[in-house]
Design a protein around this ligand. Structure first.
Ligand code: NAI
Ligand code: MG
Length: 360
């Protein structure tokens, strides 16, 4: 069976890093087929829209999307719906990408890059699963009005609605238990059930669904405590599942435990395992075109694609081992460079991963 990948490099460093990820995929000798399309600012230039119908069509014909990054300061003055970043929201919506996977892995060679003490983070390997399409970010009603009651009745106020439906919580619960089952078999559901009805509901459903996964140990943690534990004892976690807003914040916090944003992959999946795979960072316009960007986050995103959409954990392992091996060889892009290592550019780093795959 041919694995069809829509390749959307986007803006800034997008093209440079995606080129390296494709070279790495090609080194695996899998039956891959690519469809290329512009997205973000590049698509706006070509078609007047950050996510044109022609790009969506390429994605619809694929099983997964390999996405670079979008955005540039020069589009800041465009009206919101034409800005590059809208392409990501559009893709999430079009394909119902409700499960966001963000692994936070600290490679031993990069121990000094973490913002925490080596003994706290050495060997860190956790996975944060964030629900991506519900919660207070999308709940209706929302808006501004005159305060209807209370001490400040009549004063202008703004409000949003925190909201989850049972099927939304059930489907993310199944994704999270399924992922935990394939890893350390421990799942922490992060909520604020002590204060919020939405998250008491969330917690009740997590407990209910856990009956179908007797091999996975479920525990619960309030989000404020989770934020604390992530910097105090992050290795205690295996898989964390949480809502859209808490996940937004905790996944960025976890990212910093591992040092450079240039190392962090991500995946956003729907119910049929169609996925959008992209580095966690943006288009880095400050270093675009200089050949210095770290391609490893994108290369590791390609590995996630093989693991989660194409069900080829063997091929994903091959990429991940090759990345470990180039780090062990001492190769570093500028963002992870330290004294005693060898500084390389984007293309050299990609080529080193390819060589490590061929040598392995
Ligand atoms: P950014 O992640 O692009 O850059 C932040 C800093 O990290 C910069 O100093 C950059 O040089 C560095 N950096 C990022 N990726 C790197 C890599 N692979 N190797 C080495 N260094 C790297 O975030 P920023 O500057 O806030 O945003 C720039 C643009 O990217 C904006 O237009 C923003 O909206 C967009 N953006 C797009 C995202 C996406 O496409 N998913 C996500 C985040 C931001
Ligand atoms: Mg965020």
């Amino acid at each position: 069976m041919t694995l069809k990948i829509a390749v959307l490099p986007g803006d800034g460093i997008g093209t440079e890093i995606v080129t390296q990820a494709i070279a790495v995929l090609d080194a695996l000798s899998l039956p891959l087929e690519y469809g290329h399309a512009p997205v973000g600012g590049a698509a706006y230039e070509a078609h007047g829209h950050p996510l044109p119908e022609s790009t969506l069509e390429v994605c619809r014909k694929a099983d997964a999307i390999l996405f670079g990054a979008v955005g540039d300061w020069k589009y800041d003055s465009l009206e919101r719906k034409l800005r590059p970043e809208q392409a990501i929201l559009g893709l999430r919506k079009q394909f119902g990408l409700f499960a966001n996977f963000r692994p936070a892995i600290l490679y031993p060679e990069l121990a000094n890059a973490s913002s925490l003490k080596p003994e706290v983070v050495a060997g860190l390997d956790i996975l944060i699963i964030r629900e991506l399409t519900g919660d207070i970010y999308f709940g209706q009603p929302r808006g501004r009005r005159e305060s209807p009651d209370g001490e400040f009745a009549g004063a202008p106020e703004a409000f949003d609605t925190m909201r989850y439906s049972r099927p939304e919580v059930e489907r993310i619960a199944h994704v999270a238990f399924g992922a935990a089952r394939k890893r350390g078999k421990r799942l922490t559901s992060v909520d604020k059930a002590n204060v919020l009805e939405t998250f008491q509901f969330w917690k009740d459903i997590m407990i209910e669904v856990s009956a179908q996964y007797p091999d996975v140990a479920l525990d619960h943690m309030y989000v404020d405590n989770a934020a604390m534990q992530l910097v105090k004892a992050p290795k205690k976690f295996d898989v964390i599942v949480t809502g859209n807003m808490f996940g937004d914040i905790l996944s960025d916090e976890a990212a910093m435990l591992t040092g450079s944003i240039g190392m962090l992959p991500s995946a956003s999946l729907n119910a049929r395992n169609f996925g959008l795979y992209e580095p966690s960072h943006g288009s880095a316009p400050d270093i675009a075109g200089k050949g210095v960007a770290n391609p490893l986050a994108t290369i590791l995103s390609a590995a996630m694609m093989l693991r989660y959409t194409f069900n080829r954990p063997d091929a994903a392992d091959t990429i991940e081992s090759a990345v470990k091996s180039v780090l062990a060889q001492g190769l570093r892009t500028a963002d992870i460079f330290e004294a005693g290592t060898t500084k390389v550019g984007t293309a050299e780093m990609g080529a080193a991963v390819v060589s490590a795959i061929k040598a392995g």
